[in-house]
Design a protein around this ligand. Structure first.
Ligand code: SF4
Length: 280
């Protein structure tokens, strides 16, 4: 049994909150760069160049890529041969988020109650997803998520008879209705299967996958490619001002489901889709 002090996890999460908000991941940056070459709209191309410049400046000056530094979403895979010592893991996660958001001068965007709406002033609590996995390591992903794009996301409890066409049409409908609101070009995480609560987690986890990567299941990969083509024919374009680059990537994750259901979740994200990864 390997012992890991939760204080180490807290410190790592603090660094990751800052790093994810200052440094746009290479895959997203490359996707914007490639889109610059292929975007036929002059204004669209200009916007994509500004997005690159913004990301370059954020990295160079170590400032947030966007003013909405997000709600901190933490994914943690905990090896079953790990013994966490030194205190409460949930408290340590929130200690890390608090330190990261205060030390990194990141905007504090969390209210303690959804209706009373008092800002907690330190961006806690985080949303924490844990899984117990084989091994003696702890893998952490920190994915700050802005709500301009989160608000455009949708869950559909489709019928099995809706089939693959029903799924594709719902994804495209969600992207089309989102329009300029999620600061396109978007990155779209899609979950298919499971049940009501799992399907949304699948969609969120899909956003952790690199832009340009594909699901290993052949028909799912084909859906990702087809949906990307269709989304980029909608004409929404960079920042919604027209053009071909509406979506940089569509990542789909699937899971087994019930004979009577076809759950679908579409988690819309934006051109500053952020995540940092670490292993302890
Ligand atoms: S949708 Fe993304 S780019 Fe737009 S304000 Fe929110 S975090 Fe920033």
């Amino acid at each position: 049994m390997r012992e890991i002090d939760v204080a180490v996890i807290a410190e790592k999460i603090a660094q990751m909150c800052i790093s994810a908000n200052y440094n746009l991941n290479d895959d997203v940056y490359s996707a914007i760069d490639e889109a610059c070459q292929s975007e036929p709209s002059k204004i669209g191309k200009n916007i994509l160049e500004q997005l690159k410049e913004n990301a370059d400046m954020a990295k160079q000056l170590q400032k947030p890529i966007c003013q909405d530094t997000g709600m901190a979403v933490i994914f943690m895979d905990i090896g079953q041969d790990v013994h966490l010592v030194g205190g409460d893991l949930n408290k340590a996660v929130n200690d890390g988020v608090r330190k990261g958001y205060i030390d990194g001068f990141l905007r504090k965007s969390v209210v303690s109650d959804p209706l009373l709406r008092v800002n907690t002033k330190d961006n806690t609590p985080a949303v924490l997803h844990t899984r117990i996995v084989p091994g003696d390591k702890v893998c952490i992903d920190v994915a700050p998520k802005g709500f301009g794009s989160e608000n455009m996301s949708k869950v559909y409890m489709l019928k099995p008879s809706d089939g693959i066409e029903g799924v594709k049409n719902a994804v495209i409908d969600c992207i089309e209705k989102a329009g300029p609101n999620p600061c396109p070009p978007m990155i779209v995480g899609v979950g298919i299967g499971g049940n009501f609560e799992l399907v949304t987690e699948l969609a969120k986890r899909a956003l952790l996958r690199k832009v340009g990567s594909h699901n290993p299941i052949e028909y799912v990969k084909e859906m990702e490619e087809e949906l990307l083509q269709r989304a980029n024919s909608l004409g929404i374009g960079p920042q919604g001002l027209g053009g071909r680059t509406t979506v940089l990537g569509i990542n789909i994750e699937t899971y087994a489901t019930h004979i009577a259901g076809l759950p679908l979740a579409v988690n819309i994200s934006c051109h500053v889709t952020r995540h940092a990864h670490a292993e302890i």
